[in-house]
Design a protein around this ligand. Structure first.
Ligand SMILES: Cc1ncc(COP(=O)(O)O)c(C=O)c1O
Length: 423
């Protein structure tokens, strides 16, 4: 097996053989060579139907032609200028137009960078230090946000090396529980700068907000003059063109984006209220900077991706949501047929199965899922050429490239997997 050989080589030169922890699974991950549409191909010449989709980045599918074309034509004209370009203005104008709460935009490279600087900005604006986050919420790999974090961090007891002094300013409350948030802010009213939330938790499996919950979060933060940061790295440009802010009709003070904005190119953004955003240097005194910010290739790709999403809004969003609903309905039928009681959570184009009969509404209930059964699900699916993220604490993503045949094949594979698990 080529992937096995590659992994043996990789382990010698890269910690754990991978460049991001969730990419590893026992005994070794497959190594990819190419991807097109809804399919990813491996070094072992196998092709899988992909529901990882770059952890949500590939909303239009792998290798979407207009995005690739835009990037290619930029390659001919230069790959890094480190001076401003007109296209950056165009992209910021597009983002500000479609994201309900975006009055200004700063482009960065990754989601982690976006949340780190959004939090610094909130601290500077409010002149307060504390941050409230939610158990199971993942906002990147930096010191401010690793407490009780989801994604790969959910599998570590605690992250060593995080500054205790920084972590002490991060308070964690349960998701979908407005009373806990209210109590936390009440307790630390004079020191709380911001609340950062994934409007839909997508890094502890998938957990949607209960009806009215995000309105409560907005009300509590507003009443206490605490800034609300929507971390829309997953939901942005996916749940709706204007992300969760549009989908739920809520205006946060700041928002962070990555993933779908570039359909696979490294680009991210911080957006928000003008008076807050204007604190960023050189307009204000909050230092945020990056050599690669506004990279011309990524900006060209993102402008094309966002352009496609804007133009195709009325076709793309209903199609990916319908496709996801079909898959989820089929999975639920297969679960009943196999007499397995599982929670299946979904919203928009995202879904996840939890091996627990209980409703999954927060981190604590997500952790009740039987991890061994999830691992069997992953193994059974991959045998049937379906690739889902290799962790219970991730989400499956449907893209514009997934079609009816893909959905049927997926439902069939889940059905066979459930029957094997039940035995
Ligand atoms: C909600 C959320 N915020 C932030 C991040 C960090 O983004 P990045 O991996 O681009 O640093 C992620 C990554 O998965 C995420 O899902």
């Amino acid at each position: 097996m080529k992937s096995e050989q590659l992994y043996t080589r990789a382990k010698k030169v890269m910690p754990g053989g991978v460049n991001s922890p969730v990419r590893f699974y026992d005994p070794y991950p497959f190594f990819a060579t190419s991807a097109r549409g809804s399919r990813i191909t491996t070094a072992d010449h196998k092709t899988y139907l992909d529901f990882c989709m770059g952890y949500g980045a590939m909303i239009l599918g792998h290798g979407y032609p207009s995005v690739i074309e835009a990037a290619k034509s930029q390659l001919e004209n230069g790959t890094l200028f480190c001076v401003p370009t007109e296209r950056e203005i165009k992209l910021a104008e597009m983002i500000n137009k479609v994201v309900p709460s975006a009055e200004m935009t700063r482009l960065v490279n990754t989601g982690s960078e976006a949340t780190m600087h959004a939090i610094r900005l909130a601290r500077a604006f409010t002149k307060r230090k504390d941050v409230v986050k939610f158990a199971g919420g993942y906002h990147g790999a930096h010191d401010y946000v690793l407490a009780k974090a989801g994604s790969g961090a959910a599998s570590l007891p605690a992250c060593e090396g995080v500054l205790e002094e920084a972590a002490a300013h991060t308070h964690v409350v349960p998701y979908n529980d407005p009373a806990s948030l209210e109590r936390e802010i009440e307790k630390n009213k004079s020191s709380t700068a911001c609340v950062i939330i994934e409007p839909v938790l997508a890094n502890i499996g998938l957990v949607a907000p209960e009806k009215g919950y995000l309105n409560e979060v907005r009300k509590i933060t507003e009443q206490n003059d605490v800034l609300l940061i929507f971390d829309e790295v997953v939901t942005g440009f996916r749940l709706a063109l204007g992300g969760a802010a549009e989908f739920f009709g809520i205006k946060p003070d700041l928002s962070t984006f990555a993933k779908a904005i570039g359909n696979g190119f490294p680009i991210a953004a911080i957006t928000g209220r003008r008076e807050v955003m204007q604190q960023l240097a050189p307009a204000g005194n909050v230092y945020q900077a990056s050599t690669f910010a506004g990279n011309p290739v990524s900006v060209a790709a993102a402008t094309a991706a966002l352009g496609t999403l804007v133009e195709g809004k009325n076709a793309i969003y209903p199609q990916i949501a319908r496709m996801c609903d079909n898959i989820v309905d089929g999975i639920k039928d297969m679960l009943s047929a196999a007499k397995l009681e599982c929670a299946v959570n979904s919203i928009g184009s995202m879904f996840q199965v939890f091996f627990t009969p209980e409703k999954v509404k927060d981190e604590a209930s997500a952790r009740k899922s039987d991890a061994a059964n999830f691992r069997r699900l992953f193994d059974e699916l991959i045998k049937r050429d379906i690739f889902i993220p290799p962790s219970q604490f991730e989400t499956c993503f449907v893209s514009y490239a997934h079609n009816e045949d893909d959905a049927d094949k997926t439902i069939e594979a889940y059905g066979e997997a459930f029957r094997r698990i039940k035995k």
